[in-house]
Design a protein around this ligand. Structure first.
Ligand code: PEP
Ligand code: MG
Length: 637
């Protein structure tokens, strides 16, 4: 008997598809553990090197087949190729084999585990994703070591790929394959599998715990990558509806891009809104420029540190920063100084380790503790101002003292460069407001810098005491909570009163449900992933600024995020929801009733569904995950 089974995950690459499953063996590899004699050490190291070379060769072949297919894909594959030669990885394995006298597989597994522990112990979500990359590269090599490396199976027809996880190398091989959608147990909306699926425009739902155990080859699977729902054995009626919605969605996105490929954003009543892009990898700057970004509002420079043991020197940084400024000029680029800390330090200096890294020696604190590193970075950033306007922004400022000390370094570095005769263009100094103390002291801080940029990801984390990296409490991290809104309000008022720049660069800036409140609180410069620009242009065009201001005032007096969401939905007709309704895309979510004894999870409650809906607009939906991590609900058909 076929049993209808609904599972929920994260809509990582939008679209809808129905097709037969092809299941790939996941990365749950068996790692043989063996102790070796001293006489076997050299042979074991040789075996390891041969596996790395084979894995690298396979990846290079994928890279070659992709040339020109999409820069995001190429960037990811290049990163994976670099990791194959990474000193930490290769030397770590060799040391383990030599010192601990263990076989190559065991040494590799241990080394990967140690690197991932360092990367994932702390800090921003995107560093945790680098841990996922390291793991994927490790698994690729492990497959060659254990002789289980296999290409993707030949697909005899259009298929839904189901796997525990897919490495970017796997996803890259999907180019020109008849893949309708991808569903994985693991992953997150901003992980590389998701990035690649979006680049290839393949609908993907990730984080669907249990899917690879439940689906079998040939099962009919409905993938609703708008809601993040996956149904195994859907009903005929469900399939027909889904296929129609899929067609409408494709027409909708085509029209959105045609209408909003570039151009400025203006509210319904004529208030201009500046849209900027967030950048993590230098090549994203060109894509942002193509999609009409009016500047880079956040350049996360710590990305330069990834996959290397030593910090990049001033010259290398200066080259990278200058390239980005040249691409964007005459538009402004906001460089953020390193947001590193705790175990994220590549040189793993034990002095910076912290049991609670989010509250540890992080970001500006770390920069101030390492003035030589800070000065080198400031010089590199300011040198780029020869090519166009540059802003320097310091993350995680919590006190006026920190601002003053960082500013002193900035002023002295600038004076030093001018004394050297450098023709610096316009440069400004600003801070991120992402700690509640900074929002509360915004008045005092505003008189000593030229701009604020609000990092809502951290502001929400610190205000509501919700670890932003913890999947099971992701639903509690609600930017529309009135406590967060009051901090946004005090920050905005202080910036306006002092006549300094104000922008928002956290995820809230591109969250369609939050946008009316964000605009209403006086945030008219928004920075976001470049891919969100067309949608945000459309949403802004549907918001009346006057009504947004009144709505924000009311929201500030409310008691809960649920109340604020209800208010926004009643006033703005669920801004994004309306867009979808017009396109015939929105409809009640697939039923989550649990009737079968084999129900792995439980039905989502109404308030969870709501939190989940709000999350999904931000690309997360972990709110509906039961405490045991399972997400499935089943019913007999
Ligand atoms: C933020 O905290 O909102 C932000 C933009 O910075 P990051 O996500 O890099 O911490
Ligand atoms: Mg932050």
């Amino acid at each position: 008997m076929s049993e209808r089974c609904l599972l929920r995950g994260i809509a990582a690459s939008h679209g809808i598809a129905v097709g037969r499953a092809v299941c790939l063996t996941g990365p749950g590899l068996h790692v043989p553990h063996a102790r070796i004699d001293p006489s076997q050490v050299d042979a074991e190291i040789e075996r390891l090197r041969a596996a790395i070379a084979a894995s690298r060769q396979a990846l290079e072949a994928s890279r070659e087949s992709l040339r020109g297919a999409g820069s995001e894909l190429e960037v990811v594959l290049d990163a994976h190729l670099l990791m194959h030669g990474d000193e930490l990885l290769v030397d770590g394995c060799v040391r383990s084999i030599r010192d601990e006298r263990i076989n190559a597989e065991w040494a590799l597994a241990r080394t990967i585990e140690a690197i991932c522990a360092q990367l994932s112990a702390a800090g921003p979500v995107y560093l945790r994703h680098r841990a996922a990359d390291v793991q994927q590269v490790g698994h690729d090599i492990l497959r060659w070591l254990t002789g289980t490396a296999s290409p993707l199976p030949e697909l005899s027809g259009p298929a839904v790929l189901v796997a525990e996880d897919l490495s970017p190398a796997h996803v890259a091989r999907l180019v020109d394959r008849p893949v309708l959608a991808v569903v994985t147990d693991l992953g997150s909306a901003s992980g590389h599998t998701a990035i690649l699926a979006r680049a290839l425009e393949i609908p993907a739902v990730v984080g669907v715990l249990g899917i690879s155990r439940m689906a079998a080859d040939g099962d009919l699977v409905l993938v609703d990558a708008l809601h993040g729902d996956v149904v195994i054995h859907p009903t005929e009626q469900e399939c027909a509806r889904a296929e129609e919605r899929g067609r409408r969605y494709r027409r909708f996105t085509r029209r959105l891009r045609e209408r909003h490929a570039t151009g400025s954003a203006v509210t319904k009543d004529g208030v201009p809104v500046r849209l900027l892009a967030n950048v993590e990898i230098p090549s994203e700057a060109a894509l942002a420029a193509e999609l009409g970004a009016e500047g880079i509002g956040l350049y996360r420079t710590e990305f330069l540190y990834l996959d290397r043991a030593a910090e990049p020197d001033e010259e290398e940084q200066a080259r990278v920063y200058a390239d980005v400024v040249r691409v964007m000029a005459p538009r402004r680029v906001v460089f953020r100084t390193y947001d590193l800390g705790g175990d994220k330090l590549p040189d793993a200096d034990p002095a910076f380790r912290s049991p609670n890294p989010a509250l540890g020696l992080r970001a500006v604190r770390l920069s101030l503790a390492r003035p030589a590193m800070f000065r080198a970075q400031l010089r590199a950033m300011l040198r780029a101002a020869v090519h166009g306007p540059v802003d320097v922004m310091v993350p995680l400022v919590a006190t006026v003292g920190e601002l003053r000390e960082a500013r002193r370094h900035f002023d002295e570095t600038r004076a030093e460069l001018l004394a050297r005769g450098l023709a610096l263009g316009s440069t400004r100094f600003g801070i991120m407001v992402e700690v509640p103390s900074a929002a509360l002291l915004a008045d005092a801080l505003a008189s000593e810098c030229e701009f604020f940029s609000v990092g809502t990801n951290d502001l929400v984390q610190y205000t509501l005491a919700v670890d932003r990296t913890h999947p099971q409490i992701a639903g509690l991290a609600r930017p529309l909570d009135p406590s967060v809104l009051r901090l946004l309000d005090s920050t905005s008022r202080a910036a306006h009163a002092h006549g300094i720049g104000l922008s928002m660069c956290g995820d809230m800036a591109s969250d369609p449900i939050a946008l009316p409140v964000v605009l209403g609180l006086g945030y008219e410069t928004l920075s976001m992933p470049y891919s969100a620009l067309p949608l945000v242009r459309e949403v802004v065009g549907r918001i009346e600024a006057r009504l947004a201001r009144r709505t924000a005032e009311e929201a500030l007096r409310m008691g809960s995020a649920d109340d604020v969401v209800a208010l926004v939905e009643s006033r703005f007709g669920k801004v994004l929801g309306d867009l979808w309704t017009e396109e015939g895309l929105r409809e009640p979510r697939a039923s989550a009733r649990t009737t079968g004894a084999r129900g792995a999870g439980r039905a989502a409650t109404r308030s969870e569904e709501r939190a989940g809906d709000e999350d999904r607009t931000r690309g997360e939906s972990a709110a509906t995950a039961p405490a045991d991590g399972s997400r499935g609900t089943r019913e007999r058909s």
